[in-house]
Design a protein around this ligand. Structure first.
Ligand code: DC
Length: 206
């Protein structure tokens, strides 16, 4: 099943919790773009060079571990890909069509390993258009900023709200809402309530 939506709507917590509840695999496609961005910065590959980034992505497929780790080129990058430097650079990397082709192929390959919850921006429209259940997750911008604030130290809520607004703008080109996606607004719902609701959709679809 596919969960798409903007940053801070709760995709990762919901997708991870849902996968645990249903016994499905969990695939965080944003982490893949983040890992490639980390590698490009590490190797000094220019972020505006699509073909070079494509080569890097082909040579170094992202791998995931059951315990939630993310690795690329033999390095465990699980925590490093959540740094502000990566937040800022990842939309630039994710914008290259060549990079997206390589990532999408890898995402389909990983998704084929069994029932999966796949979270991202283009999953229901491009990566798995025939997903059994598609969810479009949204939340009020102020709530999204508050959630980010709880997750990350350092920035104030106003700064985070501004950063989220900028990220929405930068990610818009890669973010696609499927016409057959069910919208779930997480603004006033607890994590468990969101998971209950989506687990119900999966049950109905089976
Ligand atoms: O969900 P996230 O913040 O970890 O996503 C990281 C970046 O990757 C963000 O700029 C959006 C982009 N992304 C994308 O373009 N397509 C996806 N399927 C997932 C994420």
């Amino acid at each position: 099943m596919a969960i798409d939506g903007p940053a801070g709507a709760g995709k990762s917590s919901v997708a991870r919790g849902l996968a645990a509840r249903l016994g499905f695999h969990y695939l965080d496609t944003g982490a893949m773009y983040r890992a490639l961005t980390w590698l490009a910065l590490h190797e000094g590959v220019p972020l505006d060079d699509g073909p070079a980034l494509e080569g890097l992505a082909r040579a170094h497929p992202v791998t995931f571990g059951d315990a939630g780790w993310v690795a690329i080129a033999g390095e465990d990058v699980t925590t490093r890909i959540r740094e502000p430097e990566i937040d800022a650079a990842v939309p630039v990397v994710a914008r290259h069509p060549e990079v997206r082709e390589v990532m999408r192929a890898r995402q389909r390959e990983l998704g084929r390993s069994g029932d999966s919850v796949i979270e991202g921006r283009d999953i229901g429209v491009v990566v798995v258009p025939d997903a059994e259940v598609k969810v479009w997750l949204v939340a009020d911008p102020a709530v999204r900023a508050r959630r980010r604030h709880l997750e990350r130290d350092g920035l104030g809520i106003d700064e985070l709200a501004e950063e989220l607004r900028r990220r929405d703008e930068r990610d818009a080109i890669n973010t696609h809402r499927a016409v057959d996606a069910v919208e779930v607004d997480t603004t006033t719902l607890s994590l468990d309530e969101v998971i209950d609701r989506i687990a119900g959709l999966v049950e109905v679809a089976r």
